[in-house]
Design a protein around this ligand. Structure first.
Ligand SMILES: C[S@@+](CC[C@H](N)C(=O)[O-])C[C@H]1O[C@@H](n2cnc3c(N)ncnc32)[C@H](O)[C@@H]1O
Length: 346
């Protein structure tokens, strides 16, 4: 599969418009606070963007960030501005042609930003131990539409867990299916290259994350994908695909279910560009200065991470009140199709 993917992203695709579906192309609105940062990125880098979501969590100033499958570097150069001169961003990709574009514009970006904090490494995300990255050394690891392309997702997740600091997070966008993808779809090189064939059934992803030590994956955003290319749509049949952004925290004490200890948090509203609210995930939109009841896992995701200084914490783990209300199963994604999404990307 590596050769098929390298050929697809290295030789067949030259530009975002060459994609045949909108799976590998983020149609989400860029938030206003990110637009000025995006406008400082070189047009050639922007023109080879193949992501499916936004991988810019809040509060990155000074962080060490790793981008897996960074491609030609759009997210690396966005994150470079968010971590600032005291932070660092490392981009890893296996495809020579993608990295050539990313590296070609390194000087342009360091001149534009006024500092240089970016490194690119060629390598496989299944072999992160072979490219000289220290265990427990990253605050945040991101990835944009890449994990679905890996033939060995367990090894990728285990490597990510090893490289994250305690309290660090893997914040990533990817494509998921509403059921297990049949072999005919999985083995179709175009569907694989378009980030559909290798997509995980969402519940298998949950199991995979648990297996590799990420106990309570949190869904941040999701979007139903519309495959309007009639040839590809007929090959896919009734399968449904979604792009989704998850955040997985490396926290030892997270529990399998959300348990209620009668705790609450209050957001202080002092994270830059997030003054009105802090959105932890799809179910936790925490308004500034408002008392917000949380389960034990959410409490730890805020208390034992880089977010701690920006919250007030009420309660502890001394009394248990049972399962936290609303902690449930079922398809986590919204099934309504965005009819504004057009046939191909961008
Ligand atoms: C859909 S593109 C996304 C690129 C980039 N994240 C972006 O948003 O533009 C997938 C990228 O992942 C890289 N990739 C896929 N599988 C990989 C692997 N196993 N190891 C390293 N890179 C990989 C490809 O070379 C390609 O650049």
């Amino acid at each position: 599969m590596h050769e098929i993917v390298q050929d697809y992203y290295g030789r067949q695709l030259q530009h975002t418009d060459d994609l045949k579906t909108n799976a590998c192309c983020d149609t989400n609105q860029i938030p206003a606070w990110l637009k000025p940062l995006l406008s400082r990125i070189h047009p050639e880098v922007l023109s080879r963007y193949y992501g499916c979501g936004l991988v810019c969590p809040p509060l990155l100033d000074g962080c060490r960030v790793l981008d897996l499958g960074c491609g030609s570097g759009r997210d690396v150069y966005l994150l470079s501005q968010l971590v600032g001169p005291t932070g660092e961003v490392v981009g890893v990709d296996m495809t020579h042609e993608q990295l050539t574009v990313a590296k070609k514009h390194q000087e342009h970006h360091s001149d534009t930003f006024g500092y240089s904090n970016v490194h690119f490494l060629q390598g496989y995300i299944e072999h992160l131990d072979e490219i000289g990255l220290e265990p427990d050394s990253f605050d945040v690891i991101v990835s944009n539409c890449v994990i679905n392309l890996s033939p060995d997702k367990d090894t990728v997740l285990s490597g990510i867990h090893r490289l994250l600091k305690d309290g660090g997070e893997f914040y990533f966008s990817d494509v998921y299916a509403d059921r297990r993808v049949p072999d005919a779809v999985r083995n179709d090189p175009v569907l694989y290259g378009e980030c559909l064939g290798g997509a995980l059934y969402w519940n298998d992803f949950m199991r995979l994350a648990h297996r590799q030590g990420f106990t309570d994956p949190r869904l941040v955003t999701d979007q139903s994908l519309l495959i309007t290319n009639s040839d590809l749509a007929s090959r896919i049949g009734s399968l449904r695909f979604f792009s989704a952004t998850y955040r997985l925290f490396k926290l030892k004490e997270l529990e399998i279910s959300c348990e209620d200890y009668g705790q609450a948090v209050m957001y202080c509203g002092n994270i830059p560009d997030h003054t009105d609210r802090f959105v932890l995930d799809k179910h936790h939109d925490i308004e500034t200065d408002r008392f917000f009841p949380v389960c034990g896992n959410t409490w730890r995701m805020l208390h034992d991470t880089r977010f701690a200084a920006h919250f007030k914490f009420i309660g502890d783990f001394s009394r248990h009140f049972g399962l936290f209300a609303g902690c449930g199963g079922g398809l986590p994604f919204d099934t309504v199709l965005d009819t504004k999404v057009t046939s191909t990307c961008c």
